[in-house]
Design a protein around this ligand. Structure first.
Ligand SMILES: NC(=O)c1ccc[n+]([C@@H]2O[C@H](COP(=O)([O-])OP(=O)(O)OC[C@H]3O[C@@H](n4cnc5c(N)ncnc54)[C@H](OP(=O)(O)O)[C@@H]3O)[C@@H](O)[C@H]2O)c1
Length: 157
């Protein structure tokens, strides 16, 4: 099952200067709970940005898939040169953790979404791509003063 997970502000901003534009301890906790120790797919830019938070280079996922057309080998990770082909043939439980370029390709494959809505605007340079929730139903949510954590599942046909 493919799950996409992201946090975005009211203008769909997700990143700034290759970092998250915000720090919310509840959001970090949510990310740890739902992404750590899972199989994670991320784009090369997100990988580089995560290294700032994990300078040892050891990311906290059980398996790490990094999308890149330019890299051939990355320590402790599997390089994915064609994301679409990878997802077409994927029968594992994978959490897709960004960034914008990878969300854009992976959205159509998602069976579940974990969206954190950040309820105020932040300055940023990277936006979540255009998407629709029409094919999804909200199954769980939790509200905080500045955040809403949501879990959607794809509606079965
Ligand atoms: N708010 C959130 O939840 C959240 C989550 C994650 C990231 N972010 C933010 O998002 C930003 C990064 O997003 P981004 O869109 O710039 O980059 P990204 O999606 O993380 O990575 C883009 C890279 O993925 C590779 N790629 C793209 N399409 C591919 C394909 N079809 N097959 C194989 N590889 C492919 C390319 O790597 P090569 O250039 O090496 O070929 C490309 O440069 C950062 O600011 C980060 O902090 C936010």
């Amino acid at each position: 099952m493919i799950t996409l997970m992201w946090a975005m502000d009211v203008n769909k901003v997700i990143g700034n200067g290759q970092r998250l534009p915000w720090y919310y301890k509840e959001d970090m906790h949510y990310f740890k709970t739902h992404a750590y120790h899972k199989k994670a797919l991320m784009g090369y830019q997100t990988y580089v940005s995560m290294l700032k938070y994990f300078p040892s280079g050891k990311l906290p996922f059980s398996d790490i898939y990094i999308a890149s057309r330019n890299q051939t080998e990355i320590k402790n990770a599997t390089v994915i040169n064609d994301v679409k082909k990878f997802l077409d043939n994927c029968d594992e439980d994978i959490i897709v953790i960004g960034g914008a370029q990878i969300y854009k390709i992976a959205f159509d494959y998602a069976e579940a979404l974990r969206i954190t809505y950040v309820l105020k605007p932040h300055f940023g340079d990277t936006y979540f791509p255009k998407y629709s929730l029409k094919a999804f139903k909200l199954v769980e949510y939790e509200t905080y003063p500045e955040l809403i954590f949501t879990h959607y599942e794809r509606i079965k046909k």
